[in-house]
Design a protein around this ligand. Structure first.
Ligand SMILES: Cc1cc2nc3c(=O)[nH]c(=O)nc-3n(C[C@H](O)[C@H](O)[C@H](O)COP(=O)(O)OP(=O)(O)OC[C@H]3O[C@@H](n4cnc5c(N)ncnc54)[C@H](O)[C@@H]3O)c2cc1C
Length: 410
């Protein structure tokens, strides 16, 4: 069974293992969910890319060293999907805030005994009686991963067969996925529900599941209950939320004096154009209301430790430690910092913490600067509309990206 070691070295090794398959093999076989014992048809890089233990630009560059863009088109498209979702949500923070509010209200309803609670409980304990769905629930809880096609089927069955709110499904995923990402997760669930491309939903059908998951569900009893799947998928509705807000692009960082680097789980790449005096890692905090899976918390804790170890060997003169958010100003004073630099934090829980810390630091007289990767600066402007707008620019973006230096100092 696949396991993910939360380190950059492990992520790069996984990239190297997968690269020979990133061309024709991926295009041909990627849609098959063969079960946790055989994931050789997909890259399994998402937990690494999610925290930027491995950066999208590295994945794209490494792929293009082994394959032409035409041969690896499908794989590169998928990597751009992640950047697309992030950029799209950056232009619409209200979609994330409304989702959070919906989850909060719906979670309150789960405390009482009612049909919603009963259906939610059956779905999240793998006891719905729909064989494949229950198998995916157990796999998600045990491994922290589901194949992309399984995520689509799962979300579709959750919404249209079990008639559960998509927001609670997205929340359940976010608590269990090692790659749980506010943008990719929330917006993929919205896509299945017919809220992304308005009115266009995704319907999981028995034929499609039987074909693409034939190897893992080869025993007839594994497919029990599949005949009861919804036969139509009427789009979910909500008041319009998609006013585009311009991103406030941070200026390039200008460094003078003593600089502290604040490392968050949004960006463990340590790809920086300066040498810090001190480095602080900000631990992950739990999400509101329901618990986050231990596997996820452990992955995040170890991934941050890995970044701290890399920082210590990249900058031997820097003081490196993890820091409690309430101690950030004390940490800055201890190291007599003039400036704190942190990686850009996209919409999500980490951003809420970082915004609070930024206000406290500025109030304490510190300079605060934000480092945005040139990759994001280059691609996000093309993520305001549908994916096909970004897709048609991929050849020119890739040409520009291959000119951008990859620093990856640690
Ligand atoms: C309902 C639902 C929820 C999802 N939630 C998440 C999530 O929280 N975090 C997450 O990273 N992905 C999410 N995805 C996207 C996708 O399922 C995973 O990225 C993919 O399955 C990860 O496996 P892999 O690394 O082997 O992917 P590969 O197929 O090998 O793809 C390579 C990389 O491209 C990116 N990618 C691939 N497909 C997508 C996609 N459809 N959308 C965005 N990025 C993609 C990932 O970074 C992935 O590692 C979700 C999809 C659905 C349908």
């Amino acid at each position: 069974m696949t396991t993910w070691c939360p380190s950059r070295v492990a992520g790069l090794a996984q990239l190297q293992r997968f690269l020979p398959h990133a061309g024709r093999d991926y295009r041909k076989h990627r849609n098959f969910d063969n079960g946790p014992a055989d994931r050789s048809n997909v890259s399994l890089l998402s937990p690494y890319i999610r925290h930027r233990l491995v950066h999208e630009q590295e994945v794209i560059s490494a792929t293009l060293q082994e394959h032409s863009l035409v041969a690896a088109e499908k794989f590169i498209d998928e990597v751009f999907w992640r950047t697309y979702w992030q950029g799209w949500l950056e232009h619409r923070p209200q979609v994330w805030h409304r989702y959070l509010e919906d989850v909060r209200c719906l979670s309150e309803r789960l405390t009482a005994h009612n049909p919603l609670t009963r259906r939610y409980s059956a779905a999240t304990t793998g006891t719905t009686g729909i064989g494949p769905f229950d198998t995916w629930t157990r796999e998600l809880i045990q491994t922290g991963y589901l194949h992309n096609h399984a995520r689509m089927w799962y979300a579709s069955i959750w919404i249209f067969t079990l008639e559960l709110p998509w927001q609670l499904g997205a929340d359940f995923f976010l608590r269990h996925l090692l790659d749980g990402d506010p943008a990719s997760n929330t917006l993929s669930w919205r896509w299945v529900a017919g809220l992304h491309t308005r009115g266009k939903t995704y319907l999981a059908t028995p034929d499609n599941i039987t074909h693409y998951a034939q190897r893992r569900f080869s025993e007839p009893q594994a497919l029990h209950g599949i005949e009861s799947l919804a036969e139509s998928a009427p789009p979910c509705r909500e008041p319009a939320t998609d006013n585009i807000q311009p991103i406030s692009w941070p200026p390039d960082i200008t460094i003078g004096g003593r600089v502290g680097l604040l490392v968050t789980l949004e960006d463990l790449s340590l790809d920086l154009p300066f040498t810090p005096t001190a480095v602080a890692g900000l631990p992950s905090r739990a999400m509101p209301d329901l618990p986050v899976a231990d596997t996820v918390m452990q992955f995040r804790r170890k991934a941050l430790e890995d970044a701290m170890q890399r920082a210590a060997s990249a900058w031997p003169d820097a003081a490196v430690s993890t820091v409690d958010p309430d101690q950030l100003i004390a940490w800055a004073r201890q190291h007599r910092l003039d400036t704190i630099v942190t990686g850009y934090t996209p919409q999500g829980f980490v951003q809420q913490d970082v915004s609070r810390l930024r206000r406290a630091a500025v109030d304490a007289g510190l300079d605060w600067q934000t480092h945005l990767h040139r990759y994001d600066r280059l691609v996000w402007p093309h993520t305001q509309k549908g994916f096909h707008h970004l897709r048609k620019r991929i050849p020119e973006l890739v040409a520009e990206l291959t000119q951008l230096p990859l620093q990856y100092s640690a």
